[in-house]
Design a protein around this ligand. Structure first.
Ligand code: SD4
Length: 329
C-alpha cells in the first residue's frame, strides 16, 4: 500500500499525463513570486488533481465563455476520477463505512448553492448548482439533498466502497480502533476559483471530506464563506485542509474581505493562515490548511499552514503545478 503522498502523486500524474499542456512537465514546479503577474482569464485549483480539472475548465471557458460552467465542469473531472480518494463516491468513507459528500459553488454576483452529507450522488457539484439555480435556498443536506437530486433526474449510484477505499477502511478499523483520524495527511479536496477575461468570477469546491470522520460530520467545503467565497467586486478564495480550523476563521470570506480592504491575494492568504494559527496554539502540529485566491484584476495568491500544499494555475500560456508558500515545514 503506497503512502498518501506517493499514491496521490502517482495516480494524478498518471491520470493527467495525456492532457498536460505546455508549461506543466510532471515533476517540474516553481514557487510563485511574491507579486505575481496579472492574468485574465485565470483558473486556480487545489492539489495535483487541479491540473486535470483546470485543463477541462479552460476548454469549457474557451467554448462556452462561462466561468461558472468552467468551474463546475472542471471539478467534475476529479469527482469522476476513481484514483482520487478524497473527492467523489470512490473516496474514503466515514467511520461507519459510508461515503458522504460535500460541495459548493458560487458566482461573483452572490448566487450560491451547496450540498452536504449527501450519499449516492456522483456529481455533488452539479447538485449544488441545481440548488443555486432551481431552489430558493442555498444549502440542502443529507436525505433532503438526495431527494432533490432524484427529483432533478440525477441517477443514484450503488452504495458500495471502491476497492481501495474498502481496503484502507478495513486497515483503519484495525489500526485506529474506530477513532476519526484528524491529522495533516488526511485531506485533498478539489477547489477551483477563476476569473474570465471580463473580470467575472466563480468558484467551486467538492470533497468526500475528512477520511473516517464521524457519521454526519460536515467540513468547510459546502459552507459558503468557509470553503469558498466569491465576490465580483473583489475576488474569490477557497480552502482545503482541516475543515474545522477553516470554519473557525470563516477562511474564504476572510480572505475576500481582506482583499476588499486592499491586501493582495497573497497578503490576504498569509493573514488568514496567521489567524488560523492564532486559534490553534495547542494543536497546530496536527493541522494542515491551504488557501488560494484571485482578485478581479487576475492577481493570485496562496499560502498554507505547512509544507506540502500545491495548486494548479492555468492562464493563456498553459497550466502549471505550483508549490505553495507556507508557514511551517
Ligand atoms: C474537509 N476541507 O472536509 C475538507 C477536506 C479537504 O483537502 O479540504 N481536503 O474538512
Amino acid at each position: 500500500m503506497p503512502d498518501r503522498r506517493t499514491f496521490i502523486k502517482n495516480s494524478i500524474f498518471a491520470s493527467t499525463s495525456l492532457v498536460l499542456p505546455t508549461l506543466f512537465r510532471g515533476d517540474e514546479r516553481r514557487t510563485p513570486s511574491i507579486s505575481p503577474e496579472k492574468y485574465k482569464p485565470l483558473l486556480l485549483s487545489t492539489w495535483n488533481h487541479g491540473v486535470a480539472a483546470n485543463e477541462k475548465a479552460w476548454s469549457v471557458l474557451q467554448n462556452s465563455g462561462s466561468i461558472l460552467d468552467a468551474v463546475e465542469e472542471g471539478v467534475r473531472v476529479t469527482e469522476a476520477d476513481g484514483k482520487t480518494m478524497s473527492v467523489g463516491l470512490h473516496g474514503y468513507p466515514d467511520r461507519e463505512g459510508i461515503v458522504t459528500l460535500d460541495a459548493s459553488i458560487m458566482k461573483g454576483d452572490g448566487s450560491c448553492g451547496s450540498v452536504a452529507f449527501v450519499r449516492q450522488i456522483k456529481h455533488p457539484i452539479t447538485l449544488a448548482r441545481k440548488v443555486m439555480e432551481k431552489t430558493p435556498h442555498v444549502m440542502l443536506v443529507g436525505e433532503g439533498a438526495r431527494q432533490f437530486a432524484i427529483s432533478e433526474g440525477m441517477p443514484l449510484e450503488e452504495e458500495k466502497l471502491s476497492e481501495q477505499a474498502e481496503e484502507r477502511y478495513n486497515e483503519w478499523k484495525e489500526e485506529e480502533e474506530y477513532r476519526p483520524i484528524i491529522n495533516i495527511e488526511n485531506h485533498d479536496t478539489i477547489c477551483m476559483v477563476g476569473v474570465d477575461a471580463a473580470g467575472n468570477l466563480a468558484g467551486s469546491c467538492t470533497t468526500s471530506g475528512m477520511s473516517f470522520k464521524m457519521h454526519g460530520r460536515v467540513g468547510d467545503s459546502p459552507i459558503i464563506g468557509s470553503g469558498l467565497y466569491v465576490d465580483d467586486e473583489v475576488g474569490a478564495a477557497t480552502a482545503t485542509g482541516m475543515g474545522e480550523a477553516i470554519i473557525r476563521i470563516n477562511g474564504s470570506f476572510l480572505i475576500v474581505e481582506l482583499m476588499r480592504q486592499g491586501r493582495t491575494p497573497q497578503e490576504a492568504c498569509e493573514e488568514a493562515v496567521a489567524r488560523l494559527i492564532s486559534k490553534h496554539e495547542n494543536d497546530i502540529d496536527d493541522i494542515q490548511a491551504g488557501f488560494i485566491a484571485v482578485n478581479r484584476e487576475g492577481e493570485h495568491g496562496s499560502y498554507a499552514v505547512r509544507d506540502g500544499f500545491n495548486f494548479a494555475m492555468h492562464h493563456r500560456a498553459g497550466n502549471e503545478l505550483i508549490d505553495s508558500p507556507y508557514k511551517y515545514s
